[in-house]
Structure formats: C-alpha cells, structure tokens
Design a protein around this ligand. Structure first.
Ligand SMILES: Cc1cc2nc3c(=O)[nH]c(=O)nc-3n(C[C@H](O)[C@H](O)[C@H](O)COP(=O)(O)O)c2cc1C
Length: 302
C-alpha cells in the first residue's frame, strides 16, 4: 500500500517523489523539519547556484574562519609573548656584545640585571616589581607619562614615559655596561633600539635598532652591521658632560678632534641620520636618562 507521506525515491518507483538533491533551480527538499535547522537544511538542499545557498555557505565559511583565527590568536598569545621577550633579550645582549654567533640568548641574559628607573629623579624604583611594565604602553597613559612640548621633543616622540627599563650588564653593583632603550622619529617611522655604554658611562659599545620602517638601502641601512660597528668606541658626551655624539653628513675625518663624537652618515638618508642623532641626544641628556647616568657616575665615584 502506498504511503503518501513517504518521500524516498526507493519507496515507489512509479510515484513522483519529493525531490532530494535536485539540481533543478528553485526546487528544495521537504525535510519535514520546522524551525531554524529545518530552514537551514532546506537552503542547503537547494542547487549550488542558488542565491540563498551561496549566501548561507559564505556566512558559514566566515564564521568557521573567524573561530579558527580567534582561537589561533588566543592559543598563540603566550607563545608570541615569550618570543617577544626572547627577542628583546637577544637585542639587549647583542648590542652589549655578549652574544656570540649561534650563542644561547637566555644564558647570555643571565648576566643582565633589569631595573626600572624614574626618569625625573634618575633613581631606581621597585614600583613595578610585580607587574609587566612596558615603557611604550606607559607613554600612552597620561598618568605614567608626560607630553613633550615642541622645543623639548627633539626626537619627535610626542610623549615620554616617566619610567623606563635599563639593563645593567654584570648587575647593579658591579656593572660593566649599561644598555638603555631609545626611540625617535627617522624619516618615515619611529626607530626603536638600544644603546650600550661602557662602564665609564660615556663610551658607546653599541647601537642597534630592532624596529623601524625606513627605506631599505637608504634609511634602512641603520641595520647594516658595518654601520652599526662604527659606533663602538665613540664618545657620547664631551668633557663638560654634554651630549656630543652625532651622525654627520658624509664620512668622518678620523684626523679631526671631533672624530670621537661622530659617526658616518647614511648615504642618501640624511633625514634618518639626523633622526638617529636627535633621538640619542634626547635619551642621553636630561630629557631622558641623563639624570640616571649622572647618579650612576656618582655612585661609582663614591
Ligand atoms: C623612495 C624614497 C625613499 C627614501 N627613503 C629615505 C629614508 O629612508 N631615509 C632618508 O633619510 N631619506 C630617504 N629618502 C631621501 C629623502 O627624501 C631625502 O632626499 C634625503 O633624506 C636627503 O638626504 P641626502 O642629502 O643624503 O640625499 C628617500 C627618497 C625616496 C625617493
């Protein structure tokens, strides 16, 4: 006996079944289900070129992709944070000349003591001992930073955090080098890097930028190891204690009395070169780490 509700093809070859997986446009399947699931099934059983099915598949794909991307972002966050921390350590030990080719960054960093300095007083602070302090995040917080007026802002950074990390190679009481974070505007971008000073707190042992968007081959030559090598042994301050180091236009005359305070300019990149001079002057004088360096010198002398 014929069952009128039976919609399967196999049940009755003579009967016209309700079409399942029809390719005829606009023909759907009577699933018998109502509600959202039923409606979704009916749309999915429409032909592939139907507008409704195309839209539904697009929406499903978007949802699946956003879930995958969000999950990846959340799951990879700890890895990204530890990679960023390792990268920071690598830059610090590299600029201080502690990392040999293929050397172990963590092992080299064991010799480094990280402290936070109040840039206004030049004193160490333990205020952020239990928090993950980020000077660049703090620079955007009006409670933790100051706005720089045009005259003071020679590095074109807008705001300066009140506290900054410093890295003492060999430890606070017996340091052999001090590494300071620096940043400032080049031509197209803000350059972020580290400058390393010998224990006389005047002789530069290295300068390295780890983030910028200057033009490769022009301002991007700040990354060239040959140019980076030119900083070693240069003097940051003159005998009066004023910041004297600068990147000049052209090549340094090694016979000139000013040669110890000068580094060759980057060819075709005068503006990036000037930016490097300006950011060093900002961070090494009283606007930046000047007070801290003065305090350290006095501690060493006493
Ligand atoms: C495509 C392009 C990219 C440039 N990139 C830089 C750069 O990264 N840093 C820089 O100082 N000058 C860059 N310049 C050159 C500057 O526009 C400017 O001419 C130069 O800094 C002047 O310095 P000079 O006297 O050494 O040529 C670039 C120029 C062009 C056309």
């Amino acid at each position: 006996m014929k069952n009128e509700n039976d919609n399967s093809v196999a049940s009755n070859v003579d009967a016209q079944p309700v079409v399942m997986h029809s390719t005829a446009p606009g023909v759907g399947v009577a699933t018998g289900e109502s509600g959202v699931v039923g409606r979704l099934k009916r749309v999915m059983n429409q032909p592939n070129d139907s507008t409704q099915k195309t839209l539904l598949v697009t929406v499903i794909m978007c949802l699946v992709c956003s879930v995958v991307v969000s999950a990846a972002a959340v799951l990879l966050r700890p890895t990204q944070a530890s990679n960023a921390a390792l990268d920071r350590k690598r830059n610090i030990v590299q600029v201080a000349g502690l990392l040999k080719e293929g050397g172990d960054v963590e092992a080299a960093f064991k010799n480094v003591e990280t402290r936070i300095v109040n840039l206004d007083t030049g004193e160490f602070t333990d205020q952020f001992k239990d928090v993950d302090y980020d000077q660049y995040v703090a620079a955007r917080d009006p409670n933790l930073s100051i706005a720089l007026d045009k005259e003071a802002d020679i590095a074109s950074i807008g705001r300066r955090a009140q506290y900054a990390e410093v890295y003492l190679i060999g430890g606070e009481d017996n340091f052999t080098k001090v590494v300071l974070p620096v940043h400032g505007l080049g031509l197209w971008s803000t350059l972020y890097g580290f400058v390393s000073l010998e224990d006389d707190l005047t002789t530069i042992s290295g300068l390295k930028f780890y983030k910028h968007a200057e033009t490769p081959g022009l301002g991007g030559e700040v990354d060239n190891p040959v140019w980076q090598g030119k900083w070693k042994g240069k003097l940051a301050f003159d005998e009066a204690g004023d910041v004297k180091i600068e990147v000049i236009k052209g090549v340094v005359d090694s016979a000139a009395s000013s040669a110890s305070y000068q580094v060759d300019g980057l060819a075709g990149a005068t503006l990036t070169s000037r930016g490097v001079s300006q950011l060093l002057r900002f961070w090494l004088d009283d606007r930046g780490f000047g007070g801290f360096l003065e305090n350290l010198k006095q501690r060493e002398a006493s």
